[in-house]
Design a protein around this ligand. Structure first.
Ligand code: G3I
Length: 336
């Protein structure tokens, strides 16, 4: 498929990215990645468990090759993620005696010091190479009356972990765009909770530059109208918006499982990509990048989540061939 158009040459309104875990930078995958995408997000390599597995012992062995590839191909890099409740080693939340932290002033100080040390090291290692950071990931829980997820970060420090994370990230990476990233922001209650938090923190002077919408969607959900409402909600409050982890599952519920992707689902998926990208390109005000959560269907988190089954949520199939989904983005007249 050497002759097909490059996604990034067709979609010029914003950088188009892909999440990568390692295999994507080798041989044919690497050629496909560099041809079609202008941004990459390490899918796991910059998370806490990968970069600081033991206290104050930093390693960039997973991330460095991915970022070197991006630099060699003049691609932007989205750093993902500095503070999250998942993929964070247990030691982070253990007190001086090795016991699980309870909410005391002493533990709060220790946890914030660990957070600051982590961000200072990781963000400084990459400097301006990483143009955007998902500083905080998935901090909203709309089922709580205040909308805030009861992670260990929150129960031990309140909102101070967010204040510390953004302040330190700004200090160490002064040119980077600093994002707060979350999923299901196309759901009104969720985006309202995120909106309220962002407005509150920005009002205090916390340096949040950007709201990231993950966009893990499926062939039936959400509507374009809800997706547009998601973007409109954050207009005019002084943030950029980015689509950070888009994929379009062929499944509409956890009970389904297909041995191979059915043709009608792949067609429906192509129309979702078509309509979503049409919205993104029309809605240009403050939408500054769109990233897909993977390069091709041979490496997707959806093959194991929510159950083990073969999904096919991306633009290229398991043999790296362009799918109808690709044509949905590049030239909808060729879908099918
Ligand atoms: O590293 C171990 C490896 O040593 C072991 O052999 C293997 C066996 O299962 O597991 C490996 O760890 C896996 C890791 O990915 C690296 O491949 C974990 O089990 C697995 O749970 C982990 O999944 C990642 C998931 O985040 C975990 O939270 C996915 O790859 C990654 O795509 C996904 O990404 C998240 C975003 O960060 C945030 N938004 C949602 C998105 C999808 O869940």
């Amino acid at each position: 498929q050497a002759g097909i158009p490059s996604v990034k040459d067709v979609v010029t309104e914003f950088p188009v990215g892909a999440a990568i875990t390692g295999a994507e930078i080798t041989t044919v995958h690497g050629d496909l990645l560099a041809k079609h995408f202008s941004s990459v997000t390490p899918g796991n390599a910059l998370k806490w468990d990968a970069t600081e597995p033991a206290e104050n012992s930093f390693t960039y062995a997973q991330a460095d090759p991915l970022i070197a590839f991006a630099e060699a191909h003049a691609m932007a890099v989205r750093g993902h993620t500095l503070v999250w409740h998942n993929q964070t080693p247990a030691w982070v939340f253990q007190d001086a005696n090795g016991a699980t932290m309870t909410a005391t002033a002493e533990n709060k100080a220790l946890l914030l010091a660990r957070l600051e040390n982590h961000i200072r090291n990781v963000a400084a290692h990459y400097g301006d190479t990483i143009g955007t950071w998902d500083v905080a990931n998935e901090v909203i829980d709309e089922s709580q009356s205040d909308g805030l997820r009861r992670s260990s970060w929150y129960t031990i420090t309140g909102l101070d972990y967010l204040r510390t994370a953004f302040r330190v990230a700004r200090e160490v990476a002064p040119h980077a765009t600093l994002c707060i990233n979350d999923y299901n922001t196309n759901v009104a209650t969720k985006r309202d909770a995120l909106f309220n938090l962002v407005v509150k923190l920005k009002g205090e002077g916390v340096p949040i530059d950007c709201v990231g919408h993950q966009m893990h969607v499926n062939v039936n959900w959400p509507s374009i109208a809800d997706t547009e409402a998601m973007l409109r909600k954050f207009e005019g409050i002084g943030v950029e918006q980015q689509i950070t982890e888009m994929d379009v599952s062929i499944y509409t519920g956890s009970g389904e499982s297909f041995p191979a992707p059915p043709a009608d689902r792949l067609l429906a998926q192509a129309y979702v990509y078509r309509d979503m990208f049409a919205l993104f390109r029309r809605y240009r005000a403050d939408l500054t990048s769109v990233t897909l959560w993977g390069l091709a269907d041979d490496n997707t988190w959806l093959d194991t989540y929510p159950v083990a089954r073969k999904d096919a949520p991306l633009l290229f199939d398991t043999r790296l061939q362009a799918k109808s989904a690709y044509w949905g983005v590049v030239d909808p007249s060729k879908i099918g």
